[in-house]
Write a protein that binds this ligand. Structure first.
Ligand SMILES: [Fe+2]
Ligand SMILES: [Fe+2]
Length: 327
């Protein structure tokens, strides 16, 4: 059997030229298998993080201290479900179905962000997650709006707008607590003490240990290295913490006039690897609940499929999800 090498048809050259010109690769375009696989892995991990990330905060919806806070938190958790949907749709444009991706999540063959394996112990954690976790997510994701794969880049534009609302509500919540009673201030400080280091780990391992970074940068999927983004995040957070009247739990944090950046202390990568391996405080709880939710939702998926089969005229055409993600 003879296969036509992509260079014979000019497809690989076209792909390279598109990347070099900073233009977008679209689902119909030829792309190297590794580029496709790398995108599916990254987009799936991102989608899984969005839906698993609903759990730690949803834990506080019934206990929100006011109607206003409850409405804000419900809107935020719903946004995260929406982010999951855009991203699963973006992965589907690469030819990988949502069932397959969810199955990989449920059987531990694909990961989600290790940050969501930490517990939300107090109401202040909702503020700390908004400020730090959504803040770190934005720092990571704003450059992805220029990612070389069109559907992913376009999904990120919409997601980043919503993430910025998430970050602000968290900041405002913490500011209110910080300026409140002594006990409220202490609760806000305790939340920052617990979430600061895990949020720095969200940028992934240091550049010299990051398995996929160099290739992702060459393909313009990623635009900045893990360490660059982590530094950017620290530089943004330090003055914000000052305004909040809260202390970041790092004795080594100091301004470096020469580098024009904040120096910070060493990160405990042993903790990161343990959480990633499944030994974080809430790994089993998160994945257990996700599997249960999937099983309990089986009848909804079956009913929707039966309805679609009976009323084909009302079935959205195959491109709908894709176009939605592209908007
Ligand atoms: Fe999100
Ligand atoms: Fe968010």
């Amino acid at each position: 059997m003879t296969t036509i090498a992509p260079e014979d048809t000019g497809q690989e050259a076209l792909f390279d030229a598109t990347i070099a010109a900073d233009e977008r690769i679209e689902p119909r375009d030829w792309m190297p298998d590794d580029y496709r696989a790398s995108l599916v892995r990254q987009i799936a991990q991102h989608a899984h993080s969005e839906i698993i990330g609903m759990q730690p905060e949803a834990n506080w919806i019934t206990r929100a201290p006011s109607l206003r806070r409850k409405a804000i938190l419900m809107a935020k958790v719903q946004d995260e479900a929406g982010h999951g949907l855009y991203l699963y749709s973006a992965a589907e444009t690469l030819g990988t179905g949502r069932d397959e991706l969810l199955d990989k999540l449920h059987t531990g063959r694909q990961k989600y962000s290790s940050i969501f394996n930490y517990p939300t112990l107090t109401w202040a954690d909702v503020g700390a997650i908004g400020w730090l976790v959504d803040g770190a997510a934005i720092t990571n994701q704003v450059p992805l709006c220029r990612c070389s794969y069109g559907p992913y880049a376009r999904a990120m534009v919409r997601i980043c707008k919503e993430e910025s609302f998430h970050q602000r509500q968290g900041y405002e919540l913490l500011l209110t607590l910080s300026r409140g009673t002594e006990a409220q201030h202490a609760m806000a400080q305790d939340a920052i003490d617990r979430w600061w280091w895990p949020s720095l780990m969200m940028f992934g391992p240091p550049d010299d240990e990051s398995a996929h970074s160099a290739q992702s940068m060459a393909w313009k999927i990623k635009r900045h290295s893990n360490d660059e983004l982590r530094q950017r995040f620290v530089d943004i957070c330090v003055p914000q913490a000052e305004t909040l009247g809260l202390t970041l739990p790092d004795p080594d944090l100091r301004w470096n006039e020469e580098r024009r950046h904040w120096d910070f202390g060493p990160i405990d990568w042993t903790e990161f690897r343990e959480v990633l391996k499944g030994n974080g405080p809430c790994n089993d709880e998160r994945i257990g609940r996700r599997r249960r939710a999937h099983q309990e939702g089986a009848w909804v998926r079956e009913a929707a499929a039966a309805h679609a089969a009976k009323h084909p005229a009302h079935t959205p055409h195959a491109g709908t999800d894709q176009e939605e993600a592209a908007r």
